[in-house]
Design a protein around this ligand. Structure first.
Ligand code: NAD
Length: 314
């Protein structure tokens, strides 16, 4: 396994925002770009290479083929068709599941033995499809899950209470989609529970005001798509964060789409949970003490995903 190679499959908005962020942050040594539209992958590689003079490190960037996956540590899959205005992520399912099966089949045929990271929507379902199609252990197939939603939540809270985003510790969990929920009972500002922080603020902010934040976060993708037809910078940077956790063996905690283990009472699916990520993929899932509402919300989210998986006969 080449220690420092990532293969990006799908050189559209999301794949290239990810690749561009990788180059700007000097995350690793080799980026290989694959797309069903080979010319597009070639053009993107040329364009990125022309930025190397201004990048923080030397990198090898080129368009490639599935044979290049053999020596990759990480394959990031962003190939798929995009969410259209008014379309839910679940509507995208059938169009993208077949693409995922065929892409993962080609990746595995190369002799690939690394980690697969899925971003294509609906990400929880397609991570499950990718895991099944790959035959890899579940700790080495992960999805971006609710990491982007969590970043949106942290941004909104940070704006609301005027504290640096990096001091906002709060997770969106569950499906990356309509049934996701905020785990408010485990939300902290610095080391202080968010409820205590809000109670101490002088400007009449109430804890119930946070419901609006949740709705804004949940509907963020729809709102962005309405205005610019797609979302890509945020997810590109979120994928880089996961990539760094893997390549730098960070043991970093992030809410991402993982195959459930026995940590929560969830059966045979991928869903957004906080997990420790390192060079092996998922080290373990973190058990949070959820309150009754959150436990119900997680169960509802899991049932929604399970229902789809059962119908799909993957
Ligand atoms: P896009 O249309 O710009 O790019 C998709 C690319 O995939 C295209 O270049 C297309 O040629 C390629 N492709 C299609 N079929 C392929 C195949 N069989 N093999 C290789 N390449 C193939 O779309 P986008 O805006 O980059 O979005 C990509 C996916 O990411 C969508 O499913 C979108 O919903 C999802 N997304 C996920 C998140 C998240 O938080 N997980 C956020 C934003 C977007």
């Amino acid at each position: 396994m080449a220690n420092n190679r990532v293969v990006v499959i799908g050189t559209g908005f999301v794949g290239m925002s990810y690749a561009y962020a990788l180059v700007n942050q000097g995350t690793l040594e080799e980026i290989i770009l694959i797309d069903v539209d080979q010319k597009k992958a070639e053009g993107e590689a040329m364009d990125l290479n022309h930025g190397l003079a201004f990048a923080p490190r030397k990198m090898l960037i080129r368009a490639g083929s599935y044979a290049d996956c053999k020596d990759a540590k990480l394959v990031v899959i962003t190939a798929g068709v995009n969410q259209k205005e008014g379309e839910t992520r679940i509507d995208l399912l059938n169009r993208n599941a077949n693409i995922m099966k065929s892409v993962v089949g080609d990746v595995m045929a190369s002799g690939f033995d690394g980690i697969i990271l899925v971003a294509t929507n609906p990400v929880d379902i397609l991570s499950y499809v990718a895991w099944k199609a790959s035959g890899l252990p579940s700790n080495r197939v992960i999805g971006s899950g609710t990491l982007l939603d969590t970043a949106r939540l942290r941004y909104e809270i940070s704006q609301y209470i005027n504290i640096d985003i990096r001091n906002i510790h709060a997770y969106i969990l569950g499906e990356h989609g309509d049934t996701e929920f905020v785990c408010w009972s485990n939300a902290y500002i610095g080391v202080k529970p968010i409820k205590d922080v809000i109670d101490s603020l002088p400007n009449h902010i109430k804890f119930s005001d946070l419901d609006k934040i949740y709705l804004d976060v949940k509907n963020a993708a729809y709102e962005i798509i309405k205005r610019k037809r797609a979302t890509y910078y945020g997810i590109g940077m979120a994928l880089v964060r996961i990539t760094k956790a893997i390549f730098n063996n960070e043991n970093r905690i992030m809410p991402i789409s993982v195959y459930n283990d026995d940590t929560y009472d969830i059966d045979n699916l991928y869903i957004g949970l906080p997990a420790v990520i390192n060079k092996d993929g998922i080290d373990h899932v973190i058990k949070l003490n959820l309150n009754d509402n959150e436990t119900k919300a997680l169960k509802h989210s899991a049932q929604t995903l399970k229902h789809i998986i059962d119908e799909m006969n993957i």
